[in-house]
Ligand binder design. Structure first.
Ligand code: PLP
Length: 398
């Protein structure tokens, strides 16, 4: 057996590898610097191009570019009319923003539990948590796998709820052959550097509803309109006129970030196929290891994975998750944990949430670890990660 680096052995590789990383090339740099030398560095033609490209790619009728994924979620909640006294059902196994956006609007996030095998929000648990106050469901395509659209759509239609999809992980995923972005009432994307494509920061919301689109436009631009037909004041005094007709925010994206996203979108197919190749190699390597549980997928999801999670079967290992994580780190494979259940955070505890709310999510959290997955990984990188996982498992096998 190879001696673990954490016990004084040689690490599987000399340089650290991280769980995610952007891929910026010369063409991206060229596109960004071109915008920086132009007349428009914000709200220019690249923002329009980004929105039209997202509409084409997702098949949604409308796309609104925003400054980041969190801003997109906030705008979606505003457009959904979520306010004080409302409840919004979401998952605890997500980044805090998926629930925070409800709090921004004065609403209360309600946490539904996840499916123990797919880790995505369980439609049955959504159903159980519906009250007269429920206004929307924010379902997260966790790790990139599509949520159960058919079931969630049925629930939302039956109870008159708005279906918001947090697709920060899932820009390139399809559900039943249809691209994510065209299915929920509103779909929110993030272009943070760890996500599938990046703008440094950046986000977007897509929808097929003209009404929601108009509200999204207002929400991300101070609630201000230049459209005479939408203005309330009369008479119209001149071409300089604009009106604030609702409370909005400045959640606009810059033109140079949009240029980066447009440029990255050109490489999306390449990124997706590389991610899929790596996932295939990981699945093959880990499905044979009894100590590792691989995330299950629903048949309907053609997934572009953003994260690859291994779940430790701790009953079969002589170590804690923390010891496993530290051992991987010493092998120079830096993992991450996605995610600590949102309601465990002190802020949520102060709002009255208690541990134990979602037993499946809490049980999953205990054993999960995200290993490196990004398109720029070389074959050697992939082999190193697999090697490190196997080495650590062997050392801690019961
Ligand atoms: C990254 C992420 C967000 C927030 O996106 P930002 O662009 O960082 O604001 C929201 N939800 C999930 C699930 C995410 O992973």
């Amino acid at each position: 057996m190879e001696k673990l680096a954490i016990n004084g052995g040689y690490p599987v590789r000399s340089g650290k590898i991280y769980y995610g990383r952007q891929w910026i090339d010369e063409s991206d740099i060229y596109e960004v610097t071109t915008v920086l030398q132009s007349d428009y560095i914000t709200c220019g033609p690249k923002v329009d191009e980004m929105e039209r490209n997202l509409e084409n790619y997702t098949g949604a009728k409308y796309a609104v570019a925003v400054s980041n994924g969190t801003a997109g979620l906030h705008c979606a909640c505003i457009a959904a009319g979520i306010g004080v006294g409302d409840e919004v059902i979401t998952t605890p196994l997500t980044f805090a923003a998926s629930a925070n956006c409800a709090l921004y609007c004065g609403a209360r996030p309600v946490f539904a539990d996840v499916n123990p095998e797919t880790y995505n929000i369980d439609p049955e648990s959504i159903r159980v948590h519906i009250t007269e106050k429920t206004k929307a469901v924010i379902a997260v395509d966790f790790t990139g796998q599509a949520v159960q659209h058919r079931e969630i759509r049925d629930i939302c239609d039956k109870h008159n709820l708005i279906f918001i999809e947090d697709a920060a992980h899932a820009i390139a995923t399809k559900y039943n052959g249809e691209q994510i972005g065209s299915l929920a009432d509103m779909t929110c994307f993030s272009f943070h550097p760890v996500k599938t494509i990046t703008g440094g920061e950046g986000g977007a919301v897509t929808t097929n509803s003209k009404e929601l689109y108009k509200k999204l436009i207002l929400a991300h631009n101070h609630g201000i309109t230049h459209d005479e037909a939408m203005m309330e004041g009369a008479p119209h005094e001149g071409s300089w006129c604009y009106e604030e007709i609702s409370l909005g925010y400045n959640y606009r994206i810059t033109d140079f970030q949009a240029a980066l996203i447009v440029s990255q979108m050109k490489k999306l197919d390449k990124f997706v196929s590389r991610r899929k190749e790596i996932v295939k190699q990981y699945n093959e390597a880990f499905s044979e290891i009894q100590e590792i549980i691989v995330q299950k997928e629903i048949l309907e999801s053609d997934t572009c994975r953003h994260l690859y999670i291994i779940r430790l079967n701790l009953d079969r290992l002589n170590c804690t998750r923390r010891e496993f994580f530290d051992a991987m780190s010493a092998e120079n494979v830096q993992c991450q944990i996605h995610y600590i259940p949102v309601y465990w955070f002190p802020y949520y505890q102060r709002l009255g949430y208690r541990k134990g709310l979602c037993p499946n999510a809490e049980e999953i959290y205990k054993g999960i670890m995200s290993i490196p997955l990004y398109p720029r990984m070389t074959e050697q990188d992939v082999r190193d990660v697999i090697h490190a996982v196997k080495k650590v498992v062997e050392n801690y096998r019961k």
